[in-house]
Structure formats: C-alpha cells, structure tokens
Design a protein around this ligand. Structure first.
Ligand SMILES: Cc1cc2nc3c(=O)[nH]c(=O)nc-3n(C[C@H](O)[C@H](O)[C@H](O)COP(=O)(O)OP(=O)(O)OC[C@H]3O[C@@H](n4cnc5c(N)ncnc54)[C@H](O)[C@@H]3O)c2cc1C
Length: 400
C-alpha cells in the first residue's frame, strides 16, 4: 500500500509510539503529534503479561524490552482483612512454556524509553512535541489534523492515540467517560523502606472491602511500586494530583495492620480518580481510527491497558502493511479484529474489581473458597484467551 503522505498519529503515549514504531518496521512513515512539551511517561510501575512480549517482538523491540523488565515468580492474592494469603499463581517455567513468554513488571519510564528510542532512531518517524490536536477534516484521499495553534497538518490517514480524553474520539463518537468513584494512589519507594517480610518477587494484591493494595519490585529491585485503590465516590476525574499521606490512609482504616504497614511507607503520593468507557464498535471514521485508551479505556484491574495499546499497534501496522486495498480497508480490518478482545478487557476489568478485588463478608469468603479451589492449570486455562493471544488474534475467546 504505497502512499506519499505520512500517517499522522495524535498522541505520543505508549500506544502512539508503539504504532509509529510498528508502521516504521513495515516501511510506513508517520508523524507523532504530542501535546506535552516533552515525550515522557509518569514515574510508576506497569505489569506486562506474556501478550505484551508477543507484541514487543512483532514491533521489533523485544530485546530492548526484555532487558529492562523484572521477572516475577508469582501473582499473589492476599486477604487484606485477615492478612493471610488466598492463593498464588506461579509464573515459572510451566507458565512460560504454556504462553511462550514471561510475565514481568517494569518502570513505565523504562518501557516508554524502549519505544521512544526506537522512534528516535527511525528515519520514518517524525516526533513533534507541544503539538495538540483538536480535531480533523477529511476529503476521501487525505486527513487534515487541526491543531490548537491554529495550524493544520495533512496526512494519508489519522490515528487517534490521544488517551482517555481523546479529542479525536470526541469528534468521531461524542460519548462521555464514566467516572467510577474508585480512586487510585501511586507511590514508588526505595526497597529498604518496604517491610522486609513483604519483599516478595511477586505482583501482590491485597483484596479488601471496597479497597485493594498492589506492590511489586521495579528497576532491578531498587524500588517498590505501591498502588492502592479505594471507593470514595469521587465525582470528578483527576489524574496525577499530589495528595497527603492522610488522604491515602483514609480508605484503609478497616484493613489488617499487616496491610496497613505497606502503605505507611509510601511517599509523594499522587492520585487518579479512575474512569473508563463502555465498549463501542465505531472506532473508525473514513481514514481516521482510534487506538489504545482512546479506543477502549479500561480500569487497570487486569493490568492490560498498555498491553492492549501495544497489541493495537501490532494489528494496525500488520493490516496497513498487508491488507490489499486502500487505507480505509486496512483500518476497517484492524477495527474488526480488535473490538471484541478489548471489549472483554473493559468488561472483565469491572467484574474483577467487583467480584475479586473489592467484595466484603460472605462475598469475600466465596471468592477465597473459589480461588483456593483452583490449580495453577485452572488459572492458566482461564487466562489462555488473553496471554495466548496477540494483536493478530481475533475475537475474545470462550466464556470461562
Ligand atoms: C493506576 C493505573 C495502573 C495501570 N497499570 C497498568 C498495568 O499494569 N499494565 C497495563 O498494561 N496497563 C496499565 N494501565 C493502563 C495504561 O497506563 C494505559 O492503558 C496506557 O498508558 C494507554 O496508553 P495510550 O498511549 O493509549 O494513552 P496515554 O498513555 O493516555 O497517552 C496518550 C498521549 O496522548 C497525549 N495527548 C492527549 N491528548 C492529546 C491531543 N489532543 N493532541 C496530542 N496529544 C495528546 C497525552 O499527552 C499522552 O502522551 C494502568 C493505568 C492506571 C491508571
């Protein structure tokens, strides 16, 4: 599919950069327009399922990505009320053999650098910071991005990778985000400050009534990532606002002291009031298509938002390079392959929050009993649709 104009990508987050890198791998030029003054990511952790590694390889950054990851031994679920372990899903050789790749945790900045370095090294990618896109026009053979500065930029097509509050989605779809009333607080602490008996090589989640705590090691074990969430019915969206330690502790007065002790060491807390959207099918308007959080913003409860954005990049670049026909046909093929899988992540993330992370009393006891009855293979079977898939897999797997 040859074309003289580049593809314009609105948004230089993980999704937008991954798309640019994937397109460049297949010889397609792009211009990435990023609203912020610098291309960067927030300082926190991120979990990566095996499907993220399938995507890294397809996008040509597998080696660089593998170098910066911490490979954990287990996903560990704790009861925040009793302080006891509920279950542990091993991530050792049988897991890796089953899914063809490991499970890992990384610093977001490190992950972002993998894509940024690849983008900067490519002659086919033009990165432009301080460039906010506010809308688009199209004429059947090209798309013109309208910029906040009053200027315009014309490309062969436009990819809206501009996140939860996407301007491209606002014009294309016009729906509103759902403010969930769940608030997440993030902190990264030096490993020495993490209680010694909890320095596990695991992604650990403490599940409590209307709250949960997540921790895992980062950056070659120099730091620990703390992410704590509780329902406080916050009415307005917030992203990355600094808050006091007291505000964080408010949601954890009712949990076991062992769980409270983890939060006690957090510093420089920042808060996010979580939002998502209902799954939709109309991600494409002619030569304009959505990708990543702009297309399918989700709660982080399955740790898959960035993984899905990278899978989108795989699928988009694959279809642009391999679809016979024009770019609208390629974008339609991408959209068709991605909607069911990403919808499952959006819906299942809500269910995981309600039924695994946040239940109380008898509901929590039922969770514990059911999860304790599952073997590692039962867990692997239930995750096959997700970790066994990639951006090239269609559909959402069977119901389990
Ligand atoms: C607390 C928390 C924990 C998470 N943990 C995980 C995890 O463990 N694993 C996982 O896979 N995912 C996780 N996620 C989800 C993940 O962070 C997102 O899904 C992912 O960052 C989405 O990438 P994106 O590029 O689509 O969007 P974004 O990261 O939002 O990037 C959008 C980019 O576009 C820019 N932009 C916005 N508007 C415009 C505009 N109009 N013009 C130009 N540029 C614009 C922004 O500045 C930004 O750089 C988590 C999310 C949260 C909130």
């Amino acid at each position: 599919m040859s074309r003289s104009l580049p593809i314009v990508i609105a948004g230089g987050g993980i999704g937008g950069l991954a798309a640019a890198v994937g397109l460049a791998q297949r010889g397609v030029r792009s211009i990435v327009l990023e609203r912020s003054a610098v291309f960067s990511e927030i300082g926190a952790g991120i979990q990566l399922g095996p499907n993220a590694f399938h995507a890294f390889d397809y996008l040509g950054v597998g080696d660089a990505a593998r170098k910066m990851a911490v490979y954990i031994d287990a996903l560990r679920l704790m009861d925040a009320m009793s302080g006891e372990e509920i279950t542990k899903i091993p991530l050792d050789d049988p897991f890796r053999a089953r899914f063809g790749n490991p499970y890992a945790v990384v610093h977001r900045g490190d992950l972002y650098s993998v894509f940024l370095n690849a983008a900067m090294a490519s002659d086919l990618i033009d990165l432009r910071a301080s460039t906010e896109v506010i809308g688009y026009d199209q004429d059947g053979s090209s798309v013109t991005a309208r910029l906040k500065s009053g200027e315009t930029l014309t490309g062969a097509a436009l990819v809206g990778a501009d996140g939860l509050w996407s301007k491209i989605r606002a014009q294309m779809v016009g729906d509103t985000a759902r403010v969930t009333g769940h608030t997440t607080y993030r902190s990264v602490i030096p490993t020495e400050q993490m209680p010694e008996d909890l320095r596990w090589n695991a992604a650990t989640l403490w599940a409590g009534p209307k709250c949960h705590i997540v921790h895992y090691p980062l950056s070659g074990w120099k730091t620990f990532n703390l992410v704590v969430t509780y329902h406080n019915d916050a009415p307005e969206p917030v992203a990355g606002q600094p808050v006091s330690h007291e505000e964080v502790m408010l949601g954890f007065q009712h949990v076991h002291p062992r769980a409270q002790k983890i939060i006690a060491h957090g510093t420089d807390w920042k808060k996010w009031v979580l939002c998502d959207r209902d799954p939709i099918l109309n991600w494409r308007d002619g030569r304009v298509v959505l990708l990543g959080d702009a297309a399918h913003p989700t709660l982080q409860y399955m740790a898959q938002g960035a993984c899905m954005a990278m899978e989108d990049a795989v699928c988009l670049s694959h279809e642009v390079a391999n679809t016979t026909g024009d770019i609208e046909t390629a974008f339609e093929a991408y959209r068709g392959k991605r909607t069911a899988r990403t919808a499952r992540i959006q819906i299942q993330s809500r269910l995981v929050g309600d039924h695994i992370y946040h239940p109380a009393s008898g509901h929590a006891a039922l969770r514990n009993a059911m999860m304790q009855a599952m073997s590692p293979n039962d867990y692997y079977d239930s995750l096959q649709w997700l970790y066994g898939g990639s951006g090239l897999a269609e559909g959402a797997g069977a119901v389990r």
